[in-house]
Structure formats: C-alpha cells, structure tokens
Design a protein around this ligand. Structure first.
Ligand SMILES: NC(=O)c1ccc[n+]([C@@H]2O[C@H](COP(=O)([O-])OP(=O)(O)OC[C@H]3O[C@@H](n4cnc5c(N)ncnc54)[C@H](OP(=O)(O)O)[C@@H]3O)[C@@H](O)[C@H]2O)c1
Length: 203
C-alpha cells in the first residue's frame, strides 16, 4: 500500500477497462467495488462510494448514469468512456455527440455530481501502466470542479502517472477534444495493431 488517502471507489463495468482499473486501484490501496450489468449492481456499488468510475459502453452511458442520479448525488463521477457509433468491423467509426461530448451531457444531466473526464485517450493497459510506453503519455483532465480534479489527479498518481504527464485542460467542455481523439483509434489500430498506445502532447 502507498501513502495516498484510501478512497471508496465504485467501478461500473467489469470489462477490459473496468477490470483493469479495479485491480490496479485495489492494489494501490483503495476500497473498490466492481459492478457488472446485474440489475441493481451499479446502484448498490455507487450508493456507498465516494468516487464512481464509468467504464461501461459510451453509447448507453447517459441513460444508464442518469438512472443513478440519486446514488451519484454529491459524488465524483470519473468518466473514462467513449461514446461512438461503431463500424462494421466493430471499431469506433464516429462520434455519438458531435458538437458536444458525453461528459458534457452527463454533467448537464447530473448537476449535483462532479464529472471528471480522463483516461479516454489511450488503450486500457496504459491507464494503469503509463510508464511502460517508450514515450511519456498524457492523461487529460476535463471538469468544472477543481477539487474533484485534484482528487482524480491523486488517483492517477497512485496508478503511476507522473505530475508532468497529467494535463488539466479546463472545464467539462474540453472533453470534446479528448473524446474526439477516439477518431484516431481505428486508424492507429488498423495500421499498427493493438499494441498499447496513448495520445500525448509532446514538447
Ligand atoms: N478498451 C479500451 O482500450 C478503452 C480505452 C479507453 C476508453 N474505453 C472506453 O471504456 C468503456 C469500456 O470499454 P471496455 O473496452 O472495457 O469494454 P468491454 O470490455 O466491452 O466492457 C464493458 C463492460 O460494461 C458492461 N456493460 C455493458 N453493457 C452494460 C449495461 N447495460 N449495464 C452495465 N454494464 C454494462 C459489460 O458487461 P458484459 O461483459 O456483461 O457485456 C462489461 O463489463 C467504453 O466506453 C470504451 O469506449 C475503452
């Protein structure tokens, strides 16, 4: 266990992203509950958590999370999902919310919840092992609440993210930029396979 504060975290979604994050956050010393799609599981996990991570498919996330409005009140919602329409090969093809973003829609729908968008600009193994890439990746933060972003920053630090790799872009509207980065993903995967990668700002 490291010396960061122990947080109660609910991870919604037990797939590649959710499972990976839950394991790493538990290893970092946090109290983690994972909710799969079993009816009531997400509400149960979210109710007792201080931080809720959305790692479910982006296309249904707005509806799914709006249904948890009561459980999410006063909480930090860390949204790592990407809302896309998919092509015939199953890879993301286009944005579901052009001219906006899922994160903005979530923040509008959940005014009593502090939404922070992060980690959606990389393949899932990078989220919990950023130092394994040959060049430093970037973890972007978008959100209205500075304190919530500070808490998420600390979470990221516990997952191996160095301070200089974390870029706070500003308010929730900046998630439009990071969500649009999903448009790179199918092309990068087609050209170089599923080798872990991240979008990063180089200087
Ligand atoms: N994979 C990546 O590298 C990556 C990177 C960045 C962001 N993301 C985003 O992260 C999110 C999760 O991606 P993933 O790759 O982890 O997907 P995944 O492996 O398919 O996992 C999705 C999880 O969500 C669950 N789920 C599906 N529908 C649900 C519902 N209606 N209610 C509750 N849970 C439901 C799935 O349950 P079942 O197993 O029962 O279907 C599964 O546990 C997506 O929004 C994706 O865009 C993914």
């Amino acid at each position: 266990m490291n010396d960061i504060a122990v947080l109660d975290i609910a991870v919604l979604g037990n797939g590649r992203v959710g499972g990976n994050l839950a394991t790493a956050l538990a290893r970092a010393g946090h109290q983690v509950t994972v909710a799969d799609r079993t009816p009531g599981a997400a509400a149960h996990a979210a109710r007792s958590a201080r931080i809720v991570i959305n790692a479910t498919p982006g296309a249904g996330s707005l509806e799914r999370l709006t249904a948890l409005r009561a459980e999410l009140r006063g909480k930090i919602l860390v949204d790592v999902s990407n809302a896309t329409t998919d092509g015939p090969d199953g890879l993301p093809a286009d944005l579901l919310y052009p001219g906006s973003s899922l994160a903005e829609r979530l923040q509008e729908a959940l005014p009593d919840t502090r939404v922070v968008k992060t980690l959606n600009t990389m393949l899932f193994p990078v989220m919990t092992a950023p130092a394994t890439l040959t060049q430093p990746p970037t973890a972007f933060l978008s959100g209205e609440d500075p304190q919530a972003k500070q808490t998420v920053r600390e979470l990221l630090t516990g997952l191996g993210w160095r301070t200089e790799w974390i870029a706070d872009l500003g308010g929730i509207q900046t998630a439009r930029a990071t969500e649009a980065a999903i448009l790179f993903v199918p092309h990068v995967i087609r050209s170089s396979g599923f080798t872990p990668f991240a979008i990063s700002v180089a200087r």
